[in-house]
Design a protein around this ligand. Structure first.
Ligand code: NAP
Length: 278
């Protein structure tokens, strides 16, 4: 696995982590149950994808419980990122939410605590004050945001007294490129790690169409002896501040995704993909 620095911290995180949306719940989308999810996460950890991303809202907290089962006694080897929901961003609620997440995650600290979505009804300064209290109390190591614009990320940073915003988790893939306009350059400039969610477009990239852009992807994949998903993930992590968190419960998908790192598309091929999917 390859690693990148998280924000301006001294922490190194793998360029590929494990998403967990849908793990711990959602009926037919969760046919295998907790055992299959635990197995998939453990295999992901063994293959070097030792960053796991969850949230208090995923499966009403059960996703965090499944993460705890998968981590077991290997807490120090896994980087756990979770999120506080937009409705819980008042000072008191951030503290309560974090406490509840720690209990479900069976740990006494979260590596990265992220604000899941901005909430214009609660001043960001109040949320960040609670975040800094959690850092001071040793319950949180690094602070992140998610779905924040450049302006919102800047405001969050400006309202912190000491800590830095380490990351912003946003949707980013070959087929969803909106953040390239301003957020990606901002994160690059300010050394904020950009955590790309839905990096294989919820399965639509591996199973995508056959028109010209997909033919470009297929022909590049063939040349490298890689799959569509591997090329799409490699294209993401080749960008300096970007790491990606594909979710996969199917073990073949987990193995395939882990092999999206450790090699590099040429600059020419990265550009050809950017152009084809523009
Ligand atoms: P995703 O990772 O792009 O796609 C997941 C889907 O793609 C699953 O159905 C998975 O199938 C399939 N898949 C994964 N790897 C594959 C491969 N190599 N070949 C074929 N199919 C593959 O989408 P996502 O779950 O929306 O995003 C990833 C994570 O980002 C989430 O789980 C969550 O942790 C986070 N997220 C955050 C936010 C936010 O607001 N911050 C929003 C959305 C997501 P199987 O599961 O059957 O293997």
């Amino acid at each position: 696995m390859e690693f990148k620095k998280l924000g301006k911290s001294n922490v190194q995180i793998p360029v590929l982590g494990l998403g967990t949306w849908g793990i711990g719940g959602f009926g037919s989308r969760y046919l295998g149950g907790d055992e299959d999810a635990v197995r998939a996460l453990r295999i992901g950890f063994q293959l070097g994808m030792s960053l796991v991303d969850t949230a208090e809202m995923y499966a009403h907290g059960h996703s965090e419980e499944v993460v705890a089962m998968a981590v077991g006694k290997e807490r120090e080897k896994v980087f756990i990122a979770t999120k506080v929901s937009a409705e819980n961003l008042s000072y008191e609620h951030v503290l309560l939410s974090c406490e509840a997440s720690l209990k479900r995650l069976k740990t006494n600290y979260v590596d990265l605590y992220q604000v899941h979505w901005p909430n214009p009804r609660i001043p960001i300064g109040e949320t960040m004050k609670a975040m800094e209290k959690l850092i001071a109390d040793g319950k949180v190591r690094e602070i992140g945001v998610s779905n924040f614009s450049v302006k919102q990320t800047r405001e969050a940073q400006e309202s912190l007294s000491k800590a830095r915003i380490a990351s912003n988790q946003v949707e980013y893939s070959l087929v969803e490129r909106a953040i390239e306009e301003d957020l990606l350059p901002y994160c690059s400039r300010e050394s904020v790690t950009l955590i790309a969610y839905s990096p294989v477009a919820r399965g639509n990239i591996p199973s995508g169409g056959r028109d010209e852009r997909w033919r470009t992807l297929d022909s590049i994949a063939r040349r490298y002896g890689k799959t569509r998903a591997q090329v799409a993930l490699n294209w993401l992590i080749s960008k300096e501040p970007v790491v990606a968190i594909p979710k996969a419960i199917n073990l073949e998908h987990v193995r395939e995704n882990a092999e999206a790192a450790g090699w590099r598309l040429s600059k020419e091929d990265q550009d050809a993909l950017s152009e084809a999917f523009n």
